[in-house]
Design a protein around this ligand. Structure first.
Ligand code: ATP
Length: 424
């Protein structure tokens, strides 16, 4: 079997270990393994240039070592991590690419065992990620299907957030129709249409937000949480020294997991999360009352965490600057705002973001190898410390239902859909 792996959406720590696991598990199980550079954008663009000739370094290697490299391997073509950052609507990838060390015109690359050596402890994603506008269009997905068939790939592992897995599920659902279109426009042969009648997909949830339904933990969330805790630990000492208040804005989009867990582990006075807005409307007095109480019992510092998607009961955004103004004007606290931004995403994965993607990457490959035409594609999740497979379509539907419940201000339903064991 020929399998390919791509990383998509916002990068997260643990994506490199995930790719490494898929490559090594695939090779161990006898597959030919490919990586797709720059997420769906690379899949849509495909390969427009032939493989590069071997680099000298490979010619000097003994034959048994060479066997560890793919025919078209990354090491021969790429200095890790130097690919262009493609963003939605960005210019032409080939124009954007720098000459040195990048794969001009090649986005789907055969890899070998040694190509992913040393990737376990590295942050971000070496094979590049992107937000691809093209993949959202029917033409883009048709091109993606054509490129997969041209390269002979019949199994795909997608590591990304809920958007990326929604895209994967769409590709899966449309696949028979895409194959028909390619056949009727003579872009593929009848033999290819028969051979590639089914595309098998495994989804790995790579996202710092931990916002995917039906799984307890996403790849990258533990590292992002750790970074936030470290930052708040640092803020704590300066806050206490000057008796200051700090409002810390953290990432998470529509999900409050990072904010809430950071509040627990770093000891915040008050936390704003989208799933459970303050009970009162307006909310200012409710927060001030809690902080006043903490100050009265002798606390010299105040930490308020605001999730980036936080809002009040009427869905008006609650922003860090507004919280700062309230703390300054109502409680007369010397207040500063700290927006942690991309420091939350970056850096080496913590141990959990090495173990989780390794176990899930192996299962993603197993799921592809065990797939039958009438079986669904799976998202590989984790529940109560057990790696498990959830039909991709169910995970995507449930995550969309959470977003709809938040939109409808039905916060209790949102929480119970994301985690069926949640009790308000
Ligand atoms: P993060 O959680 O870090 O934001 P994400 O995977 O949710 O990651 P998105 O930008 O939502 O990030 O999605 C990544 C890419 O997946 C998009 O740029 C697009 O190419 C594809 N995608 C998302 N939603 C769809 C969809 N409904 N149909 C087709 N493709 C989609």
């Amino acid at each position: 079997m020929r399998i390919a792996v791509l990383t998509s959406g916002g990068d997260s720590a643990g994506m490199n270990p995930a790719v490494r696991a898929v490559v090594k598990a695939g090779i161990t199980k006898g597959c030919e393994v490919y990586v797709i550079r720059e997420g769906y954008e690379g899949l849509v663009r495909g390969n427009t240039a032939p493989p590069r000739p071997h680099r000298k370094v490979h010619r000097n290697l003994p034959a048994e070592r060479l066997a560890h490299f793919g025919d078209d391997s990354l090491l021969k073509n790429l200095s890790f991590g130097d690919g262009p950052a493609l963003r939605e609507g960005a210019g032409d990838a080939e124009e954007d690419e720098q000459e040195s060390g990048t794969l001009k015109g090649r986005h789907i690359v055969r890899v070998g065992w040694d190509d992913v050596r040393g990737w376990m402890g590295e942050g971000g994603t070496f094979i590049g990620s992107a937000r691809s506008a093209a993949f959202r269009t029917p033409e883009g997905r048709l091109a993606a299907a054509h490129n997969l068939i041209k390269e002979g790939i019949d199994g795909l592992v997608v590591c990304g957030g809920d958007g990326s897995l929604t895209g994967a599920d769409r590709l899966r659902a449309e696949w028979p129709d895409l194959v028909k279109q390619l056949l009727s426009s003579n872009q593929i042969t009848q033999d290819q249409a028969t051979t590639y009648a089914h595309l098998k997909i495994s989804g790995l949830v790579g996202s710092i937000d931990n916002d995917m339904a039906l799984t307890d933990m996403t790849i990258g969330a533990p590292t992002a949480l750790h970074r936030i805790c470290e930052a708040i630990d640092n803020i704590n000492s300066t806050a206490a020294s000057h008796s200051r208040a700090f409002v810390v804005e953290v990432m998470g989009r529509h999900c409050g997991w990072l904010a809430l867990m950071a509040g627990v582990s770093a000891g915040a006075d008050y936390v704003f999360i989208p799933e459970q807005p303050p009970k009162s409307q307006p909310w200012e007095e409710e927060m001030c009352e809690v902080i006043r109480r903490h100050r009265e019992v002798g606390k010299r510092k105040t930490i308020v965490i605001v999730a980036e998607g936080a809002h009040d009961r009427d869905l008006n955004p609650i922003k860090a600057d507004k919280v700062k103004d309230v703390l300054t004007e109502v409680l007369k606290l010397d207040t500063r705002v700290t927006t942690l931004g991309h420091t939350q995403r970056g850096g080496r994965p913590v141990a959990m973001d090495r173990i989780l993607p390794t176990l899930q990457g192996i299962d993603a490959v197993n799921a592809l190898l065990e797939a039958t035409p009438d079986q669904p594609s799976y998202m590989i999740g984790i529940h109560e410390n057990k790696i498990l497979r959830i039909p991709l379509v169910d995970a995507v539907k449930q995550t969309q239902a959470v977003a709809a419940a938040i939109e409808a201000r039905d916060f209790a339903t949102a929480m119970s859909l994301r985690d069926p064991e949640f009790e308000q």
